[in-house]
Design a protein around this ligand. Structure first.
Ligand code: ADP
Ligand code: MG
Length: 238
């Protein structure tokens, strides 16, 4: 319909605009980070060092916002045959130092090595965002389990593809958080979050004709969150 078309166009313009802004922010941001780094070893008092560190942390958030925004709008992302099992394993390896440091026991279980059509960079961003959320949900440590296997869609049983599951034993989410989790800039991490991670996940998955299904529990003995992703083998021609 006209309404839907208008909405799509508006979103496309908003996407291009935010990408342009994010891109413009990058240079001055890098300059500021560089200058701040120089300040670090210039004989500051303990209090001043503290300020420099906190400034650095806040600038890191801006870096993360521009990074996620640019990731979203990279129109040049080419879809090729990719193996989700290999991408998930690579992402887990990449994040393993962070997982060790956070006292999180983790394992990756893959079944087969099926291919889907997708952008390796974008899919890796999806897995990274989910795993980072899991890490942040387990400040006291815990368990993280990644699984990749061939499967059918949970509703359309004839649709076959790859199912990727990221399950953590973290704090879980109350209903009020669960409901808004996918919205851009929604975060419960006031000082450290960007609120862009899950939004980017859902947008990138939509580009892959994928689906996202999240279960979360806060029950004392069974708390945790499980994110299930489904990516179909063949895209249906629209
Ligand atoms: P951010 O991580 O920057 O806060 P996200 O978009 O990645 O933004 O996530 C939005 C919110 O969803 C988080 O602030 C958190 O409250 C909730 N959330 C996401 N993943 C999990 C998880 N695995 N466990 C618990 N809460 C989660
Ligand atoms: Mg996040």
């Amino acid at each position: 319909t006209d309404q839907a078309l208008l909405r799509t166009e508006k979103l496309a313009v908003a996407g291009r605009l935010s990408a342009a802004i994010a891109h413009e922010i990058n240079n001055p941001l890098n300059a500021a980070m560089g200058l701040l780094f120089l300040l670090k070893d210039s004989g500051l008092s303990q209090e001043q060092t503290q300020y420099v560190e906190e400034t650095g942390q806040q600038l890191e958030r801006v870096v993360e916002i521009t990074r996620q925004t640019l990731q979203m709008s990279r129109s040049t992302s080419k879809f090729i045959a990719v193996k989700p099992a290999e991408l998930v394993s690579a992402t887990m390896r990449l994040l393993s130092p962070k997982l060790h440091l956070a006292k999180i026991a983790f394992d990756t279980e893959t079944e087969g090595n099926a291919e889907v059509l997708g952008s390796p960079g974008e899919l890796q961003q999806v897995f990274t965002n989910l795993i980072n959320n899991s890490i942040e949900a387990m400040p006291q440590g815990g368990r993280l389990r990644a699984r990749v296997r061939p499967s059918c869609h949970w509703k359309e049983r004839t649709l076959r593809g790859v199912r990727i599951t990221i399950a953590d034993s973290g704090c879980g989410m109350p209903a009020a958080v669960y409901r808004h989790m996918l919205e851009p800039f929604f975060t419960t991490k006031e000082e450290t979050g960007t609120g862009l991670g899950m939004w980017v996940v859902s947008e990138l998955l939509a580009k892959h004709h994928g689906d996202l299904n999240i279960r979360s529990s806060m029950r004392p003995a069974h708390h945790g969150t499980t994110c299930s992703i489904f990516i179909p083998f063949v895209r249906s021609q629209a």
